[in-house]
Every structure is written in C-alpha cells, then in structure tokens.
Design a protein around this ligand. Sequence first.
Ligand code: SAH
Length: 489
Amino acid sequence: MFLTITTTGTPERPATELGFLLHKHPEKAQAFSTSYGTAHVLYPEADAERCTAALLLEVDAVALVRRGKGKGKGRGGAPDAALAQYVNDRPYAASSLLAVALSGVFSSAMKGVCNARPELPGVPRPLRIEVPALPARGGEGLVRRLFEPLGWTVTAEPVPLDTEFPQWGDSRYVRLELESADRTLAEALRHLYVLLPVLDDAKHYWVSSDEVDKLLRAGEGWLPGHPEQKLITSRYLSRRWSLTRQATERLELVRLAEADDSEVEEIDNAVEAETETEERPTPLAVQRREAITAALKASGAARVLDLGCGQGQLVQALLKDPAFTEIVGLDVSMRALTIASRRLKLDRMGERQAARVKLLQGSLAYTDNRLKGYDAAVLSEVIEHLDLPRLPALEYAVFGAARPRTVLVTTPNVEYNVRWESLPAGHVRHGDHRFEWTRAQFRAWAEAVAERHGYRAEFIPVGPDDPEVGPPTQMAVFTLTTPKEAKAA
Ligand code: SAH
C-alpha cells in the first residue's frame, strides 16, 4: 500500500517545507510500527523545487487477522472464507488501513498543527497526490463524484486485471492522481482519510459510535453539503443504520447553521437529483412522503395538519402541490421548528405562499383547539416517539378532539428490522423510539382506535413489501365514518 504527496516550491516557499508540515524530516527514512504492520515514511525526492513524501504501509496480514478476531474464538464458516482472511488484497491496495496509518503517522499535519512553523499549515500550496492501486467500488465515476466537488483535478485510470490478458478487462482498482494548485495539506489529508475507505467500502475494523465523531471532525468544512454526503456517510460508517442517521442529523444541523439560504436550496436540489439516479434506491423517507401525499390526495383533503412535523420535509413537499390550500406543521421541539422554518424560508415567502403555511409549537399529549376543523392530519413516524402510557392522550387529542375526516399514521414495522443489514438484532431503528410494533400490534391498536372514535382503518405498506416480514414502514389510513353529531345523538 502506497501513497505519495508531492509539492512544488518557489524561492520564498521551498518545496521542502513539506517536511515541516508532515513533521518528518526529508533526509531520514522513518518507520513506525502499528498494530497491523509497519508504516514507512520516506522522501524519493526533496529539493527546493520539488519534494515528494511517500507513505508505504507494510501490512502483516496475519497480525491483522489475529487482531480482528476475539481471543480464543473458533473460526466457523467456509474454509475459503478463512483463507481469504490471509490471502487478500490488504497488503497491496490502499484502504482503510492506509487511512488509519495516515491519521496515525501524520496526525499533527491532519490537524493543521506545526509547532516549528505555526504559519505553515494555513498556507495553500500546489499538491499532487498519487495512489497507484486504490480499490474503488463504484469505479472511476464515483472517484470523480467524490473528489471533484472538493476542487481536485482527478485522474482515475482503471487498472487492468492482468496486463498480459487485456481481454480479462479491468480490476476494481484505479490508479488515482489528485492535483490542486492551492490546497492546505491538512485539508488534503482529511479528504483522503475519509474518502479512501469510502471507496474501498470494506473497513478492516468494527465500526463503533465514536466513528461518527471521527467522521464529523475529519469532514469539517467540506462534508456538510458535499453532493455525495449521503453515500460518504453511509459507507464510512459501514452502512450501520443508526450511526448513519446520527451523522446525517448532525451534518444537517451543521449545514443549516453554516449555509446561507440559497445554498440550502442548491443542496436540497442536489439531494433530490441524487435520489433519482437509478443505481440507488429511493430513500425510505422519500417513499413515505410520496405514499402520504398520494393518500392525502385520494382523500380529497385540502387543509392538512402535519403533527410532529419535525424539520418540515413533508410540509415542504405538500406546499409544491396546489391541491393543498393550507398546511399546518406542529411539533413539540422548537429546534425542529426553527430548522423547518429555515428550510421553508418562511421569512422570505411571498404573501400567497405564506398564507398557505403555518408552523405551531404544541404537544400532541394535550387537546389543542387550534387543530380543529381540518380535512386531514398526518402523524408520520411520531407515535413511536411517545411513551406507551402517553398514547391514549395523543389518541384523544387527534381522534377525539381535533377529529379531521382523514388521519394518516405511519410507524416502523419492527418485523422488517432483520432486513436492515447493519441493524444489530433486537435494536430499534432510532435511539428515541420508545417502541416499535409488528404489523399485528399496529393493526390491533389502529382498529381499536377506529372503533372507539367512529373511524374505519385501512392499511397500506410503504417501501418494499417483503413476503415474510412485510414492509419497512406501515401506514394506517383512518376515515371518519360517524360524524360527531350522529355519534352524539
Ligand atoms: N414527521 C416527521 C418527523 C418524525 S420524528 C417525519 O416523518 O420525518 C418525530 C417528531 O415528533 C419529532 O420532531 C418530535 O419532536 C415530535 N414529537 C414527539 N413527541 C411529540 C409530542 N408529544 N407532540 C408533538 N410532537 C412530538
């Protein structure tokens, strides 16, 4: 595994400053032992005009396997799989190991600290980075989509499987070259630290929750708002669902705090465009909003409540459809409402649009007269955030007091959790979920609610309806059958 960093110099800014920046003297070859092998730093060339530092990682495949395994545990599984742990590409290809070595050997450089020459790290300079063999799942196209938005000129040449047998086609490796005329080294290292493992897409270690902090630290200043932020986050966190969600929420807050509003719109569009590319499935949240919008339209609703509206994504989607003449978002969280209001640009909306939308703070655990007289109410992924004993209060506030003609309730189907690749057994999908129900539990609750308040309940799957475990999201559509007056009579 091999990576080189080259800079060129001028009389005032000699290229050998790279040695100060990396905290590694150009005239010495140095070796650092790590838990999975030895990292060497050497300078193939070092003069005032041009200086190249190379990081060479000699991986001890056996140590790597020993380290990864729990002590004394037997190794089950196919013999091939056991062998593949020793005979694989780890020693040759850049990967998460190289990223870890980068952060270990060049930690001060990555933080942008240089005690000997404190002014140096802040100075952008010409940089050229080469990685001769980078495993790239997603190919050259993805390499470009990751690095080009960060201002790098990218060369990514597929490496043929075997030069003697070109008919075999290309391997999953590329030779990567990144060039930039003015870059700080710290920035460059932080890009590599995150994006090399993202491209490799096979971390050598178990990803735990402190990886979210590492990602956000290394991603500071460039990851929030990167057009491939979702893919980067998900792959970096080995597709662990709950971690990816945590990271996404924190990045969203950073982005909203940093971005001015025009930028917010651009990024939203980029995210939307991304969800339309065919190789990636439509995110569940998008499918949910589509299912809700379709059910609302089928009910003929024009004045709609979004109860527990969160950061306002559904309100925003509904505003695009003129069939909805009034949309009210309610949430107990002021922070969520602040983000929603920025997302919707409430303060800059034209008068006619502004007349269609309102955000209210309130709790669904209490009867609220402001919620009376609407055609429909949506509770999207909200009930599971209430403690079970509070649920009857919500039920009364919505079905007993507000009493719209249509109520849509969505909630996770816990049976589907086994299908989320990286959701550990027995875990709920979100830290704040107080419960997650099976299809039978949800149905029983919904039917009892309908019965008590004069509604009829129908059930609609959202997302892929798995023949065994059902869909990831379950939705109940309640329709009022007994007008209040008739019930009272
Ligand atoms: N409806 C959104 C957000 C779901 S997250 C979506 O589908 O994406 C759940 C939301 O319910 C959070 O924003 C939380 O603040 C809100 N919430 C939780 N308890 C609530 C209560 N008692 N009253 C109102 N909102 C509540």
